[in-house]
Design a protein around this ligand. Structure first.
Ligand SMILES: Cc1cc2nc3c(=O)[nH]c(=O)nc-3n(C[C@H](O)[C@H](O)[C@H](O)COP(=O)(O)OP(=O)(O)OC[C@H]3O[C@@H](n4cnc5c(N)ncnc54)[C@H](O)[C@@H]3O)c2cc1C
Length: 455
């Protein structure tokens, strides 16, 4: 055997799995065909949040008069924002490389191909490994809209991150997380932004009471909901409205943000006999595939296309390998209902667990309470009375077990991890009422929402 484990793909899933296994003394090879850190670090989570951080600073400075801060002629420099983004990405990438090296993970910048259980081909050489982890990630979906292909005005999220200047007019096709974040970014920097979304609401997995709060808070963005794009001519996006009328969004740049799909092709899945569909590699709760000693983690499973889901999957797969399956028996397996999500726009939104609609679909009777964030003194002090924000708490009617916590407003992405603990530990409304939250914090609104529930 050449290695204990070969990991294919060096994104959050792959590099963390490699680290965990090397830390436990296993001999690990990590093959990454492009850049360590994968989509998240290079063209996803980190660069988007870096640019959004700059945009938030700009908006704060521009709108600071109500706090008694006078900053005149506030402006931004897109080139400097870009340079800062590139520096953040590069330094984080180096940090990942350093962590792998320190733990003794052998990293090769090569494309790898799965040949079958225990066998991986890299640069024409076949390597043997006792265990293989597939972490090849996902790729953007490019729908076959007439006029989209080879149109220089049409870009994907990677193109949007590297735009040479802030577009005057931006049309975003798709009102999911990525579309909303870019709409926030460019609208706050002065672009005229229209989001064209086929569904009736943005961010489809959000609770139906909360998504409109987020949408209405993005005042300067035009949302065209229930609209189907039919063709793109240059920068003109032609779509049909919900009522069946023809409409157009005129833009300089068209961002295609209709989603991503698991990268199941090009690395031997079919030839190796791996069980997969267009929705991802089929895995069980321990992330095992149909092939012996072959695991799949992260976006490629199609289970939850989020970096922290990939991290969790890396931990579960590594624990499964290290314990020979015993970790799962002890409760260490995937529970997708307790994976939080976050939208880092302006404002932020985050949530975990079931929405009320999802609970109803599963036949679960629920009770809920919704409170505005302005019940928090800290929130008002830092954001003003008119700032949008809301918390919604959902519990099971009978058991009073907390099923979902959803937040729209500043700090949502930082607060939500606490809600993860609530759901993981299956706390009830009464349990949550007994938790002590620091005062003054915005997170206190979660406790208030627990008291607002009639139980
Ligand atoms: C614009 C944008 C913003 C995002 N923001 C967030 C966010 O804020 N929070 C969040 O949780 N998620 C975010 N995501 C999603 C997040 O990036 C992914 O969920 C995460 O990167 C998945 O990790 P992964 O390890 O499964 O795959 P990836 O990060 O996609 O990594 C897979 C790696 O495998 C490599 N690879 C593929 N095939 C091979 C092969 N045959 N041989 C060798 N290497 C191979 C690829 O080059 C790639 O580096 C964002 C995504 C985008 C596009």
């Amino acid at each position: 055997m050449d290695y204990d484990v070969i990991v294919i793909g060096g994104g959050p899933g792959g590099y963390l799995a490699a680290e965990r296994l090397a830390h436990a003394g296993r001999k690990v090879l990590l093959a990454e065909k492009a850049y360590l850190g994968g989509t998240c670090l290079n063209v996803g989570c980190i660069p988007t949040k870096t640019l959004l951080a700059g945009a938030k600073e700009y908006v704060h400075a521009r709108d600071s008069a109500k706090f008694g801060i006078v900053a005149e002629n506030v402006t931004y420099d897109w080139a400097v924002m870009q340079a800062w983004k590139n520096e953040v990405v590069e330094k984080n990438r180096n940090a990942v490389a350093f962590a792998e090296k320190k733990l003794g993970v052998e990293v090769v910048t090569q494309e790898a191909k799965l040949l079958g259980p225990g066998k991986v081909e890299i640069a024409g050489v076949v390597y043997q490994a006792e265990n293989i982890i597939i972490a090849t990630g996902s790729v953007p979906v490019m729908p076959p809209i007439p006029g989209a292909k080879d149109n220089p005005a049409v870009i994907d999220s990677t193109g949007a991150l590297g735009l040479p200047s802030v577009p005057k007019r931006l049309c975003v096709i798709g009102g999911g997380v990525i579309g909303v974040e870019f709409a926030s970014l460019f609208a706050s920097l002065g672009s005229t932004v229209e989001v064209v979304e086929m569904l009736d609401e943005i961010v489809p997995f959000m609770d139906k009471d909360m998504a409109p709060v987020l949408r209405r808070a993005m005042k300067s963005v035009k949302f065209s909901l229930g609209c189907k794009v039919e063709k793109i001519e240059g920068g003109t996006v032609c779509y049909r409205t919900k009522e069946g009328a023809e409409a157009k969004a005129e833009a300089d740049v068209v961002l295609m943000a209709v989603g991503r799909k698991p990268a199941v092709e090009g690395w031997g899945a079919k030839e190796a006999g791996l069980d997969y569909t267009g929705k991802g590699v089929v895995v069980d709760q321990r992330l095992r595939t149909n092939l012996p000693q072959v695991w799949a983690i992260g976006d490629v499973t199609g289970k939850s296309l989020l970096a922290h889901a990939a991290y969790r999957m890396a931990d579960v797969a590594a624990a499964d390998i290290l314990s020979g399956g015993k970790a799962a028996e002890a409760g260490n397996f995937m529970r997708y209902d307790s994976i939080p999500w976050a939208v880092y726009g302006m404002p932020e939104a985050a949530g975990i667990g079931l929405t009320q609609q999802e609970a109803a679909k599963r036949g679960i009777k629920t009770i809920s309470s919704t409170l505005p964030l302005r019940v928090s003194g800290r929130f008002v002090a830092e954001n003003g009375f008119a700032a949008p924000g809301s918390v919604k708490l959902i519990a099971e009617e009978g058991t009073k077990k907390i099923l979902g916590i959803h937040i729209v407003g500043a700090y949502a992405s930082e607060i939500i991890w606490g809600a993860s603990a609530v759901l993981e530990e299956e706390l009830t409304v009464e349990d949550l009422r007994q938790l002590v939250f620091p005062h003054p914090t915005v997170s206190e609104v979660i406790r208030e929402a627990a008291w607002a529930l009639e139980i």
